[in-house]
Design a protein around this ligand. Sequence first.
Ligand code: AHM
Ligand code: MG
Length: 335
Amino acid sequence: MNNKIETLDEFIIKTQSSIPDSSGSFTRLLRNIGIAAKIVNREVNKAGLVNILGVAGSTNTTGDDVQKLDVFANEKFIETLATSGEVCGIASEENQEFIPVTPPKNKKPQYIVVMDPLDGSSNIDVNVSVGTIFGIYKRKSPSDGPVTLDDFLQKGTDLLAAGYVLYGTSTLLVYTTGHGVNGFTLDPSIGEFCLSHRNIQMPVSGNYYSVNQGYYLKFDLEMRRYIDHCSDLNLRLRYIGSMVSDIHRIMFQGGIFLYPNTRKYPKGKLRLLYECYPMSYIVEQAGGMALTCKLERILDIELKSLHQTSSIVMGSKNMVLEMKEFVERYGAVNQ
Ligand code: AHM
Ligand code: MG
């Protein structure tokens, strides 16, 4: 029996050759994301002790309260990525505009990172799980000029890699480069992410549905009918309010996550670039599906602005297909 621990760094280097366009630069970038995750994890774990819980007093671009830990996580990720020498631009859910990165001398970094540095921020001050979501793209503009908005307005299908970090009872980093999904658990005693979940395959159906049932009356008819159906089947409702945590459960136990459009958010609440694309890429790589409530594949949606939002339904393939039948039967799309 081989009990050897495989660290994230070892795994990234070992699998480098299977990544299209692979380069040492891409490998170093992934490792840097792992480092930033460890720094944020350290602060998440001691947040209550050092008084960085609570609302920082500003609001983000979509009007939500910004928590102090959001600000910290955002700064740490930006700092780590900007000094890595592998990134030419960063777009964060917490920043209105993208951030161009000045490269070190003799370097022409190719990669763009998009991120939600701390997803589920309303959970912070009550010690409930939060997460980080990230995606990596290759720039489209020439590498000797500045990055442009078009470098960021790429579709989900253009992603080179995507991942999330779950700061839960243990801290996990789950990522894909388009060749399956692997998960790494942080071993605090050695300070390393260690391979714990190889080639994650999402069950094709499951017993969980995850939706903010409080908005039920604000959902379109077809979504209400589908949610009634989940309830009729005695599926278990679980809603943590951090998409990373809710999807993580579904990755292993199967189920469906829904954030439909509501009256307050007629075009959906979750951001394509920072949340929907990366999570959909991971879900698809694990064998699941991700659609809008109008049945478009999330990864195929054209992105017109950095903070564009979408409705989203994702999770176990058979359950998303069943949801699709409800939309086809009851949705305004076919009336
Ligand atoms: P955030 O990134 O500002 O924390 O918001 C995103 C989160 C998702 O993780 C979660 O699924 C959803 O917003 C919860 O929103 P709501 O409270 O409207 O259900
Ligand atoms: Mg978020």
